[in-house]
Design a binder for this molecule. Structure first.
Ligand code: FAD
Length: 496
C-alpha cells in the first residue's frame, strides 16, 4: 500500500533514493504492531495515524526536497502524552522526528527513513499573558500568527515575524532559533526566550519555564535547545518577552540600479531612520519578477530596475514613523541612490508591498525544484556570490532562475537556484560544496537562520572548529545517549 502511494507523487523523491550514501541505521528498531497498539491505547481516536495517505503530508517537507517513509504519526495533546511517547521510544530504541508546522527549509522536519513523526500541532493552548511584564507563556504547538493576534489585544506583538507565520508553530521557531523580518529591531528569537519546558529523550521533564527577565543562577539550561532543531529534546512550553505594539508604522519600497546603491540606501536609512528602523530587506530583479508573477500582479508598484529595497519603520507615533521615511525617500532620490520609490499610504498598500517580499518562497517553489541556500556574509560580498553562481549555472539549460534576496540589515542572503524539470544531481554537484566553501572563505555562516537539518549537517565543520564540534557531539550524547531524536541531521555523527 505504501509503495502505491509513493508512486502517485510526482514532485518529490524519497530521501533514501536522492541520498543513496545515507543508510538507515540498524541501531534502530523497526516499528511493530505491538508498538502501534501501545500508541493507540495512549492517544485517543484519530491521534495515531497509520494510513499511508494520511501520513504522506507529514513525510514531505515544504519545498519538496525530502520525503521520508514514516508509517506512524503521533499527535499528542498533552505534555504527559509527549513524555509517555518518548519514554516508550527510548526504551524500545525507536527513532523519532519532531515536527511542528513543517515549514522548515533544511530538511530537518521530516523523517529521513521510517522515524516516527511526533507532530506537536495539537499541543496548542495559548497560555497566560502577563500585562505587567509583557511575557507570554504558551504551549509550543501554537501557530505564530495566532499568538501575534492574541498578544495584540494587550498592546504587544510577537518578537518575530516571518513569511510562514500562518503555518509555523512557536516550538518550531524556538527549535530553529528563527530570525525573520524584524531581526534588525528585535534580534533573533533566542533574545526573547525567557523560559522553556522540554521533554528529554528518556521522557523526563526539564522545567526551565521561568518568565522572569533576569536570572543569573548557574548554567542557563534552556539555551542548548534553542536552535538545535530537535536533536536534544522536545520543546513543549515557551515563555517569551513580547515587545510593545507601536501604533506608528511606515513602509517604503525603492528601486536601485546596482547593489552598491542598495548598500548606500541602507546606510542612509540607518542614519536617517535611526531607532525607528524595523526591517531592511532586499530583492533582485529575478526574485521581484517571480514574486509579482506568483501574486498575479500586472501593475508594478514602482518603475523596474535591477534591485529593490524595502524599509520599514516603527514608532509610538505614526508621524515619526512616516516622517523619517519621507526624509529618507527625498534624500535617497536627491543623492540618486534610488531611481524610483513608493511609500505605503494605507494598510492595503502596506500589505501589498510586504506580500511581494513575504511570498517569495512560494513563488520560487512554483518556479521549479529549488536549491535553497541561507548564508550570512559580509554585506559588501553578498551579491558577488549570486553573480558567480549565475555564471556557474550558465552551463545548464534547465536552470530556471538564480535569485538573491534576503534580510539585508542582518547580512543574511537567501540564494536560490530553480530548476525547470525537477531535481538535478548534476546541478547539485556544481553548487555544493563550492557554495559552502565560498562562504567559509569569507568567514560567513553556512546557515544564517534556517538551520542545518539534513541538507547542511556535513558542512557544519566548515564553520565550527574540531573542538566545538566535539563538544556538540558530547552534548548530544549527554541528552540523548540512545540517539533517538531526529537522527541523521544537524551534527555529523555516526550512529551505531
Ligand atoms: C514562506 C516561508 C518563509 C520563511 N521565512 C523565514 C524567515 O524569514 N526566517 C526564518 O528563520 N525562517 C524562515 N522560514 C523557515 C521556517 O519557517 C522556520 O525555520 C520556522 O521557525 C520553522 O517552524 P515550524 O513550526 O514549521 O517547524 P518545523 O519545520 O516543523 O521544524 C523545524 C525543526 O525544528 C524541529 N522541531 C519542531 N518542533 C519542535 C519542538 N517542539 N521541539 C523540538 N524540536 C522541534 C524539527 O524536528 C525540525 O528540525 C520560512 C519558511 C517559509 C516556508
Amino acid at each position: 500500500m505504501w509503495s502505491q502511494t509513493i508512486r502517485r507523487l510526482s514532485t518529490s523523491a524519497l530521501t533514501r533514493v536522492r541520498h543513496p550514501k545515507l543508510r538507515r541505521s540498524t541501531h534502530y528498531a523497526t516499528l511493530t504492531d505491538k508498538d502501534v497498539s501501545f500508541f493507540e491505547r495512549l492517544l485517543s481516536s484519530g491521534r495515531t495515524i497509520t494510513n499511508p495517505d494520511e501520513c504522506l503530508p507529514f513525510n514531505i517537507d515544504y519545498i519538496k526536497s525530502c520525503q521520508g517513509q514514516s508509517q506512524l504519526v503521533l499527535r499528542p495533546k498533552t505534555v504527559d502524552e509527549v513524555q509517555a511517547i518518548l519514554r516508550y521510544c527510548n526504551e524500545h530504541q525507536l527513532a523519532v522526528c519532531p515536527q511542528s508546522g513543517n515549514t522548515g527549509l533544511s530538511g530537518g522536519s521530516v523523517p529521513v527513513f521510517d522515524e516516527i513523526i511526533l507532530s506537536l500541532r495539537l499541543l496548542n493552548s495559548i497560555g497566560n499573558f502577563d500585562e505587567n511584564s509583557g511575557v507570554l507563556t504558551t504551549d509550543a504547538g501554537c501557530v505564530l500568527e495566532k499568538l501575534d493576534t492574541h498578544v495584540r489585544q494587550y498592546g504587544h506583538i510577537m518578537p518575530i515575524d516571518l513569511g510562514a507565520k500562518g503555518s509555523c508553530l512557536i516550538g518550531g521557531n524556538v527549535a530553529t532559533n528563527a530570525g525573520g523580518l524584524r531581526v534588525v529591531r528585535f534580534g533573533s528569537l533566542r533574545s526573547a526566550v525567557l523560559g522553556l519546558e522540554v521533554v528529554l529523550p528518556d521522557g523526563s521533564l526539564l522545567d526551565c519555564l521561568t518568565s522572569i527577565r533576569k536570572d543569573n543562577t548557574g548554567i542557563d539550561l534552556k539555551q542548548p535547545f534553542i536552535g538545535s532543531e530537535g536533536i536534544l529534546g522536545i520543546v513543549t512550553r515557551v515563555a517569551l518577552a513580547c515587545p510593545s505594539l507601536m501604533s506608528g508604522v511606515g513602509l517604503g519600497f525603492f528601486a536601485c540600479s546596482s547593489f552598491e546603491q542598495i548598500l548606500s540606501t541602507m546606510r542612509l536609512a540607518r542614519k536617517i531612520c535611526g531607532e525607528t528602523l524595523s526591517a531592511i530587506e532586499f530583492l533582485d530583479e529575478s526574485t521581484y519578477n517571480l514574486s509579482l508573477k506568483y501574486l498575479q500582479r500586472t501593475n508594478k508598484p514602482i518603475e523596474s530596475n535591477k534591485f529593490y529595497i524595502l524599509i520599514e519603520t516603527m514608532s509610538s507615533t505614526d508621524e515619526q514613523a512616516k516622517a523619517t521615511l519621507e526624509k529618507l525617500a527625498t534624500t535617497a532620490l536627491e543623492k540618486e541612490f534610488v531611481t524610483d520609490g513608493t511609500l505605503a499610504q494605507d494598510l492595503t498598500q502596506y500589505k501589498d508591498i510586504w506580500a511581494i517580499r513575504e511570498r517569495v518562497s512560494d513563488a520560487l517553489v512554483a518556479d521549479g525544484y529549488v536549491f535553497k541556500y541561507d548564508f550570512s556574509l559580509p554585506t559588501s560580498r553578498m551579491y558577488k556570490l549570486v553573480e558567480e553562481t549565475e555564471e556557474r549555472m550558465k552551463q545548464f539549460s534547465n536552470v530556471g532562475n538564480v535569485t538573491g534576496f534576503g534580510h539585508l540589515g542582518d547580512q543574511n542572503l537567501h540564494l536560490n537556484v530553480t530548476v525547470k524539470d525537477g531535481y538535478s544531481d548534476d546541478i547539485k554537484q556544481a553548487l555544493e560544496p563550492w557554495l559552502y566553501e565560498w562562504v567559509a572563505k569569507e568567514h560567513g555562516s553556512v546557515s544564517a537562520e534556517h538551520g542545518l537539518g539534513l541538507h547542511k549537517s556535513k558542512y557544519l565543520e566548515l564553520n565550527k572548529g574540531k573542538h566545538s564540534l566535539e563538544l556538540m557531539k558530547q552534548m548530544k550524547h549527554m541528552f540523548d545517549p540512545k540517539c533517538i531524536l531526529n537522527p541523521y541531521k544537524v551534527l555529523p555523527y555516526k550512529i551505531d
